[in-house]
Design a protein around this ligand. Sequence first.
Ligand code: ASP
Length: 324
Amino acid sequence: MNNSNRPLRVILGTGGTIAGRAARAGDNVGYVAGQVRVEDLLAGVPALQGCPLEVEQVYQVDSKDMHFGLWKRLLLRISHHLARDEVAGVVVTHGTDTLEETAFFIQSVLRPSKPVVFTCAMRPATALVPDGPQNLLDAFTVAGHPEVSGCVVVCAGEMHAAEHVSKVHSYRVNAFDSGDAGALACIEEGEVRWFHGPIQRTLPSNPEHLLARVLEADALPNVQVVTSHADADGSVVHALMRAGELDPVLRPRGIVVAATGNGTVHRALEQALSDAMAQGVRVVRSTRCARGRVIPDLAQSMPDSAGLSPVKARLAIALSLLAS
Ligand code: ASP
């Protein structure tokens, strides 16, 4: 196939372990993330030589330090490239630590119809056997696939929907999982094999003005995550509320509780959360369980997170506060 028949894809580099460099080749943990430029990552993927692609280094960060300002910069670059007729899709190389949050944020705000494919690595570029090159090649394949739309994560030969995926392993190369929803597809030798047929998006639509609100904002509304556990006594919630009394900027507008099991909360923490709700804080119950969701219960005063993990529920509340 000649290049005029092959869709143009843009690869945006943001850092992470995929761009990490260690002093010693066998070292998979003692490296610095976000060192290798995205154009240099392509050198590790000979199959991409001659393919119609553009690269752009948006920034170089360890994604553990992700913040709203960086998300806005990425959002602008993604929407710029998606608006170009000749671009079929965008690949974003990203650290694994907050990848699911970035993918969810971009999906929630942009609702892209073209593919936006987030990829990563668990081993640095200098590893004896780096996983980044194969992930990048698979992501490139997915970004040009006519049946893919919106934000997906590609890692270790699997494709996951932004709303379902979570990092579930701290070390293994297959670090991502979509819980009960399962992966959307696998990528085998440049072919996408669907498990569920074309993507059905589960996120409700966002108001059209959300993008403008996000771009105007200096920060997301303050939404915190607290965990319920044995001995949980509500002191974290009390401290958050007290901080907000001293400085209104610190006042939480929402709190997500990573609850036990099916949304159960230690009674002392529950009391503190109810008090916060009474003061106008939006409280949502997610679960700290790796699989499953909090099953909706209309008798509950604290709503459930509609299947979103605690960190994604935090974003969903913050974006809905921003839009309101
Ligand atoms: N700390 C790294 C990051 O998220 C971890 C990784 O990419 O695997 O940027």
